[in-house]
Design a protein. Structure first.
Length: 281
């Protein structure tokens, strides 16, 4: 019989008051559950810090990951070289995303576990989403790409980034990261609490699929917590307390047509987690 409350490596210090502690325990439970089901091991006992709904979601996640591991697809290609040589962007439309898409291995798992929480978060973020759409915006925020008709389009159309430590690109006089603009208001705590469950589930998937990236994310957030306190960075300790993802940035793309593109600034060997909520057309 296995337990699921081991301590993180010595190099990673997760404060007990952080939402990330629950994410960590959900990841360990999912990883142990995955190994037990794959090898025929004994039952895995979840941490008492995990609520019933999250445990059930992790159980379903482990089942999906087991099915995926039994049907591997191997591509005879160097993904790093492919990323470097492929065009930065090609014209055309890839898909229309209705309601909300949280960008952060595509996972064949129903998003009903996250739907209610994410809907609440997008309601809180409606003002920021609305402000993000511009007539002269780039391909991420140009109003012609958003569904803004009279029909019921679900969540407010828009495209914004959430991060407890946003890199201020283009600001030469800023040396430290800052809390993203959408989290600087009074709703920061409620927004992050609303997305905590889907963030934990996505992080638990990464724990199994790409453990090196998972630990790197945890280590980065741990270091950010120490830096935020030592440098007294505004609002960052509070944002990190409620941040529940091992990724440091979450993009919310709502009711937008997404042109074909590649993110060449990302690491080819690492994953983004894509979670679609609502209907796609």
């Amino acid at each position: 019989m296995n337990g699921s409350s081991p301590s993180p490596p010595d190099s990673i210090n997760i404060w007990r008051t952080w939402a990330l502690t629950v994410t960590y325990e959900a990841g360990e439970y999912t990883e142990q559950k995955f190994k037990a089901e794959k090898t025929g091991g004994g039952p895995v006992i979840p941490s008492p810090n995990l609520d019933t709904d999250l445990v059930m979601a992790c159980d379903r996640l482990a089942d999906v990951l087991i099915k995926a591991s039994k049907n591997p697809i191997q591509m005879q290609m160097d993904i790093a070289r492919y990323s470097k040589l492929s065009p930065r962007r090609t014209p055309g439309i890839m898909k229309i995303e209705r309601r909300g898409c949280l960008r952060g291995v595509l996972l064949a798992m129903k998003a009903k576990d996250a739907l209610t929480d994410t809907t609440q978060a997008t309601d809180l973020l409606a003002p920021s989403l609305e402000k993000s759409v511009r007539a002269d915006g780039n391909w991420r925020t140009n109003q012609r790409l958003f569904n803004r008709g009279s029909e019921d389009v679900g969540a407010t159309p828009g495209c914004i980034n959430l991060s407890p430590a946003w890199f201020q690109q283009g600001h030469e006089n800023v040396s430290d990261p800052e809390v993203s603009a959408s989290l600087k208001g009074p709703s920061c705590e409620n927004i992050l609490k609303a997305i905590a469950r889907p963030a934990a589930i996505a992080s638990a998937a990464l724990r199994v699929m790409h453990p090196e990236q998972y630990w790197a994310g945890l280590r980065t957030l741990s270091n950010l917590g120490n830096i935020a306190v030592s440098k007294d960075l505004p609002q960052m300790p509070e944002a990190l307390q409620y941040w529940a993802s091992v990724f440091n940035t979450l993009s919310i793309i709502s009711n937008r047509e997404t042109p074909h593109h590649r993110d060449h600034m990302s690491i080819a060997e690492c994953f983004d987690i894509l979670t679609t909520v609502g209907e796609l057309f």
